[in-house]
Design a protein around this ligand. Structure first.
Ligand code: GDP
Ligand code: IMO
Ligand code: MG
Length: 439
């Protein structure tokens, strides 16, 4: 089975990092192909916790080649920090990490624009991670003001940076003037000095040089050689720029559609997509979340699941499992099987709710709406299931789960229309149930 993908089916943070780490053992190559340092993937091994933003979660197994493909937007300072931090913790990073020369580079003007754009207008802010992701993808699509990793090594880099800063100064000044006055953003463009930025980025380029390669060509050769490739999605399908809850999304194709554009690998190579979903719902940032519980229930889930952003530390919005949303994502991403994560967090509730349909103005809606205004209006229709009290975090066999926990998993599988392959009951590699889910 050469190509397998791990895709989040909700609004991110479904615990993709844990599953990528687990499955890495059976793969030769792990690829990040979209997003950037907005992602925060956690891997826990032997009680040690690692947080990854750009480096693929396969980095902990030394036989595996980790690839950051061309669809990623790369902040050189972030990745260098991540590399040093992992090296300091004894993780081997050298020829096992490859960075695409096609990846687009995040510069300070992208992060400034991200801050300004988050404060413009009267509507609810997108609430981005402020990592400059959206503005960098804007420049990629616009082309004229973009710099790719490969460009960092070209003789005209200094001139290019000077030219871009000239244009960005005007644009950022205009954005600053239109920004909400409450924002602390006095003279943001004073930060943009061409000479300083050139020197800084030329320095990063030298440090990154050993890792930079034509990853598209590398991956196409790997496809020809029938290598086993694992694609590590960042964010989740509902944050997809084209198919998610626009405009409250990220700026890349975070559903499985992004695999092919982001990595260059042809679609026929992908044989399996594992959809990762929490046993409940979380969302960080703005935008509707129909099953959100802005009450004691949400707080209980947040406390038990330690639901605070890996990257931004923001409290995550928590609620019941939304089968309408996840079924949509599962179909969109063409998933083969499901991994149900953080089931242990639901221990202790007398009853649990699953949203099985939406209603708008009393009318049943059995699909996930395309327009944000409609999604804001939906009223979830809930089915109530009995809870369980037992701590399930040490259980390793499906049949040893409490009866009601098995009923919950079974019902989720039925509603999504896909079999459950993995149930996770804790952050550690060992806290994973992969035995046949027979009952
Ligand atoms: P990702 O972005 O999809 O990789 O997910 P994050 O790392 O941002 O968030 C998932 C969090 O849940 C991390 O802190 C994980 O260590 C933790 N985690 C993963 N699986 C489980 C689980 O089954 N139970 C519990 N309680 N925590 C888990
Ligand atoms: P992982 O890979 C959860 C959210 C932000 C914001 C929106 C746009 O860890 O699952 P951006 O900075 O991308 O322009 O922000 O997307 N977001 C995430 N939420 N997990 C993530 O990544 C996210 N990456 C972006 O909170 O609502
Ligand atoms: Mg995360």
């Amino acid at each position: 089975m050469p190509g397998t993908a791990i895709i989040g089916l909700q609004w991110g943070d479904e615990a993709k990092g844990k599953i990528v780490d687990l499955l890495t053992e059976q793969h030769d190559i792990v690829v990040r192909y979209q997003g950037g340092a907005n992602a925060g993937h956690t891997v826990v091994t032997d009680g040690k916790k690692f947080k990854l933003s750009l480096i693929p979660s396969g980095i902990f197994r030394s036989h595996v080649q980790c690839v950051i493909a061309g669809g990623v937007v790369l902040n050189p300072s972030s990745i260098l920090q991540e590399i040093s931090s992992l090296l300091a913790q004894g993780i081997k990073i050298g020829s096992n990490l490859m960075i695409s020369d096609r990846a687009h580079v995040i510069f300070p003007w992208h992060s400034i624009a991200d801050r300004l754009l988050n404060n413009i207008g009267d509507s609810e802010p997108i609430g981005t991670t402020l990592r400059g992701i959206g503005p960098c993808y804007e420049d990629k699509l616009g082309r004229s003001l973009a710099i790719r990793v490969g460009d960092l090594y070209k003789p005209d880099l200094k001139e290019k940076i000077k030219h871009i800063i000239g244009v960005k100064n005007q644009l950022l000044l205009e954005l600053t003037n239109r920004c909400n006055k409450t924002m602390d953003m006095t003279n943001p463009i004073a930060e943009l000095n061409p000479e300083t930025i050139y020197k800084e980025y030329a320095g990063y380029a030298e440090q990154l040089r050993p890792y930079v390669a034509d990853t598209t060509n590398y991956l196409l050769n790997a496809v020809d050689a029938d290598k086993r490739i694992l694609f590590e999605g960042a964010q989740g399908a509902l944050l997809d720029i084209d198919h998610g809850t626009f405009p409250y999304v990220t700026s890349s194709n975070s559903s499985s559609t992004g695999i092919f554009s982001g990595s260059g690998v042809p679609f026929y190579f992908l044989k399996k997509v594992i959809g990762i979903a929490k046993a409940y719902t979380t969302r960080v940032g703005g935008g509707p979340c129909p099953t959100e519980q802005d009450n004691n229930i949400g707080q209980q889930i947040r406390d038990r699941g330690n639901e605070y952003g890996t990257v931004t530390k923001r409290p995550r919005r928590c609620g019941w499992f939304d089968a309408v949303a996840v079924r949509y994502s599962a179909r969109l991403c063409g998933i083969s099987t499901l991994a149900i994560m953080l089931l242990d967090v639901l221990s202790g509730f007398d009853t649990l709710q699953i949203c099985t349909a939406y209603e708008i103005d009393g009318q049943r809606l059995n699909y996930f709406p395309s327009q944000i205004d409609d999604l804001r209006k939906v009223v979830p229709v809930y089915e109530t299931l009995s809870g369980w009290k037992e701590d399930i975090s040490a259980i390793t066999k499906y049949n040893d789960l409490p009866f009601n926990a098995k009923c919950y998993v079974k019902r989720v599988a039925e509603l999504i229309g896909r079999p459950v392959e993995i149930v996770s009951v804790g952050p550690d590699r060992r806290q994973t149930i992969t035995s046949t889910l027979s009952e």
